[in-house]
Structures are given as C-alpha cells and as structure tokens.
Design a protein around this ligand. Structure first.
Ligand code: DC
Length: 209
C-alpha cells in the first residue's frame, strides 16, 4: 500500500505521515529532507540556491548529510524551497523517491508532489493543511522551545513566502490531487489530526475507489 501525504510547510504532514507509517507498519520517507540536503549542500559548496547548475551539483550530497541536524533549521527549509524550483534538481531526486515508493509492501511518503507526480496511483492520498496563521503560531512556538526567537511576524512572513514559492513554481507545484482527502487541521490537536488520517486511510483500503 502506498500512502501519499502532501501539504504546505508546518502543516503537520510529517507527524501525520510518521503516525500512518507506524499504524500501518510501513516505511516512511520525508522527501522534504532530500531537498533540504540539496539546499544545505549547495551552501556548503558556496553555491547559489537560485542557480540551477549550483543546485544540481549539490544533488550528489553524501548520505550521512541526511542525519545532519542543520537540515532541520528554518534557513535550510528556505534553501530547500529555492533549490526545489529547478527541474534538474527534481529530476535528480526522482528515482530515489520512486524506488522508495515501489518497495514491496509499500510505503508512506510525505512532501509536496507525492500524490501528483511521485505516486499518482497511491492507494490513499492526503492533503494536510492549516491556516498560515495557525502554522506560523505552531512553528513560532516550536522555535521558542528550541530557544530561537525571530518573532511571530517574521515566521508568518516566511511561511507566506514559502507557500508562494512552493505553489507558484512551474514544475510539480504544491497542489492538492483531485482524489486527495483534504485534512485541514487548523482546529484540531495532533491526536485528532492523526485519528482523522488513519480513519480515512483505513476506509480507503477497505473500499478502494
Ligand atoms: O517539507 P519540507 O518543509 O521539509 O520541505 C522543504 C522544501 O522542499 C519545500 O519548501 C519545497 C521542497 N519540497 C518539494 O519541492 N517537493 C517535495 N516533495 C518535498 C519538499
């Protein structure tokens, strides 16, 4: 069974993807981490994330970079969003994602284009979102917990900028697949969001469309 989980930044899609993987006993791939690795490697190479050749050169990042805590930084998310607009970068990361999705038994993948490009035939697709204000509130609280305070307004501005770049790019933009369940968790707590996602997938598996 393949489960595709897409959605904008700070929507909680990663948490939901991991919970689905746990529940259904499937491996999970956070595809955003691959773009983060490319963005961060571009910086390590002193390249420019907006330059396609520099970003492409960073696609052969070493595997252990995926464990680097720096990939979780907010600044790395911004670099990831910038390198992800280049078609050559998306192409370079494609096979790795297809291989993961195609493993026997299936998988859960989360990202921006899983239900539309990577696994359009996924058995269940979710589009996880929340209002920009709520996502900024959560991201801000999480950053404060790590001792980082750039202010709520700066976090909200960053979220708007990332949404605009991720939805506005020509290649594989962030888009809800027509057959994806819309899970707006603005007014849900984490447990409620997870329960709704599990219920949807269980129903899909029982009665495939
Ligand atoms: O999910 P994330 O915040 O870790 O993703 C970081 C960036 O990577 C995101 O802003 C856009 C890009 N990305 C993408 O273009 N396609 C994906 N499948 C996953 C992430």
């Amino acid at each position: 069974m393949i489960i595709a989980v897409d959605g904008p930044t700070a929507s909680g899609k990663g948490t939901i993807a991991r919970a689905l993987a746990d529940h259904f006993g499937l491996p999970v791939l956070d595809t955003g981490l691959l773009y983060r690795a490319v963005g961060y490697q571009t910086q390590l190479n002193h390249g420019d994330a907006d330059n396609a050749a520099d970003a492409l050169a960073a696609c052969d990042f070493p595997d252990d970079l995926l464990d680097d805590p720096a990939l979780r930084y907010e600044t790395t998310g911004g670099l990831a969003s910038r390198v992800s607009v280049h078609p050559a970068v998306r192409k370079a990361l494609l096979q790795r994602q297809l291989d993961f999705a195609g493993q026997p038994g299936g998988a859960v993948l989360d990202g921006r284009d899983i239900g539309t490009v990577i696994a359009p035939h996924a058995d269940a697709k979710l589009f996880v979102t929340a209002s920009a204000e709520e996502r900024a509130r959560r991201r801000h609280a999480e950053m404060l917990g790590r001792g980082v305070d750039i202010g709520y307004d700066a976090v909200l501005a960053d979220i708007h900028a990332r949404d605009a770049r991720d939805t506005g790019r020509t290649e594989a933009p962030l888009l809800r697949a027509a057959d994806a369940m819309l899970l707006d968790n603005s007014d849900m707590d984490v447990a409620e969001g997870i329960a709704a996602a599990i219920a949807f997938v269980a129903e899909r598996v029982r009665r495939p469309s």
